[in-house]
Ligand binder design. Structure first.
Ligand SMILES: *Cc1c(COP(=O)(O)O)cnc(C)c1O
Length: 378
């Protein structure tokens, strides 16, 4: 079955007890037990039928063995990193999500998890930083906000040659466009708050693993640490997933049109989008993903133009987050990346004139009109 059909037919399209075409929200914390016979559900931190339906669905969609749902993308990332031990070393791509950077450099430091940040778009940087205690590589591709591409298969080859696990944050692509387990990765992480939920109304995270051994390790953290997703939010993700393909197809079309239009606009000096000819990772992305996605960034011709754009843009929402039905624009230096010191930000290429766009489901003509007006000099 093809991906679009799997979104609708994955074993959870019909409730087995009533025939309802929607999985019920099992709003229960505990379950009546026959003490002497083991049963599947006994307490909802350990397992809940609505959450289970979601976890099995995402495992199918990512082509993995098991899926796990968490209270947020960061809960998913933190729980996945919690399978490592004090003294272990992990190589992380340097333009990883800000929240991941923060817990890796603060929280996990207190437990002696060693981390090295590298520009993973050059595989030599990964190779050159492998040490005796290196256990894993943590990737994110395309990266945020510059849409840099890491060669997943290449990184997997380096990792496997050195006995390392590969963890990857697949939030920007969603399983519709990129399935890293099929490319050899071991653990896929999602902020389901973004494309999977898709409607800017739920905060959630997902982890999918490729085998039983990793499944046990993640489950022990999920059940033990307990950062689980509740049944209502699990249901919202099940609902969101059904339209993932049509949403991402349309949003991607809008991103392609916007990137093309921005690329020709005299008030814009540079556009970052894996779909554009000339984007450094374009060919690699084509080889590992089924499309360039719905997120792009651009540099206005100067800081003043960027600030004016952020003030004047009307149809697009000014917000952090991405992947929702509405077009969202953000200004990284004042929003998502404000906590990073200016010199380090500039070293990463995140300049004062950079704007990130998550294309939504509006009519592209209206978006272009909105952007045109917002970029124009007074
Ligand atoms: C938003 C995001 C996260 C964090 O997810 P939350 O649901 O906000 O906790 C992690 N990675 C990426 C790429 C993100 O965009």
């Amino acid at each position: 079955m093809k991906f679009g059909s799997k979104l609708i037919h994955n074993g959870h399209e019909i409730d087995k007890t009533t025939g309802a075409l929607s999985i019920p929200i099992y709003q229960a914390s505990t379950y009546s037990q026959d003490v002497f016979t083991p049963q599947e559900f006994d307490y909802s931190r350990s397992g809940n039928p609505t959450r289970k339906a979601l976890e099995e669905t995402i495992a199918i969609l990512e082509g993995g063995k098991k899926g796990y749902a968490f209270a947020s993308g960061m809960a998913a990332t933190s729980s996945a990193l919690s399978i490592f031990s004090a003294g272990d070393h992990i190589i992380v791509c340097e333009d990883v999500y800000g929240g991941t950077y923060r817990i890796a450099t603060t929280f996990f430091q207190r437990f002696n998890l060693e981390v090295t940040f590298v520009d993973a778009s050059d595989l030599d940087n990964i190779k050159n930083n492998i040490k005796k205690n290196t256990r894993a590589i943590f990737l994110e591709t395309p990266s945020n906000p510059l849409l840099k591409i890491t060669d997943i298969k290449g990184a997997v080859k380096v990792a496997k040659g050195n006995g390392l696990l590969v963890l990857i944050d697949n939030t920007f692509m969603s399983p519709y466009l990129q399935r890293p387990l099929e490319l050899g990765c071991d653990i896929v992480i999602h902020s389901a708050t973004k494309f999977i939920g898709g409607h800017s109304d739920v905060v959630a995270g997902l982890v999918v693993v490729k085998d039983e051994v990793l499944a046990k390790r993640i489950y022990s953290v999920q059940n033990g640490f307990g950062a689980i997703l509740g049944p209502q939010d699990s249901w919202l993700l099940l609902r969101g997933l059904k339209t993932l393909k049509v949403r991402v197809d349309y949003q991607q079309q809008n991103a392609i049109k916007l990137s093309d239009w921005l690329n020709r606009n005299p008030n814009v000096s540079r556009v970052y989008y894996p779909g554009l000819v000339g984007h450094p990772g374009r060919e690699i992305n084509k080889g590992q993903a089924d499309g360039p996605g719905a997120v792009l960034s651009f540099e206005a011709k100067d800081e003043e133009t960027a600030r004016r754009f952020m003030k004047k843009v009307k149809l697009a929402a000014v917000a952090v987050s991405l992947g929702g039905v509405e077009t969202i624009v953000s200004y990284p230096v004042k929003m998502s990346h404000a906590a990073i010191p200016k010199d380090q930000r500039e070293r990463l290429g995140i300049k004062d004139n950079l704007i990130r766009v998550s294309a939504g489901l509006e009519d592209s003509d209206d978006l272009i009109e909105d952007f045109e007006r917002a970029l124009m000099e007074e």
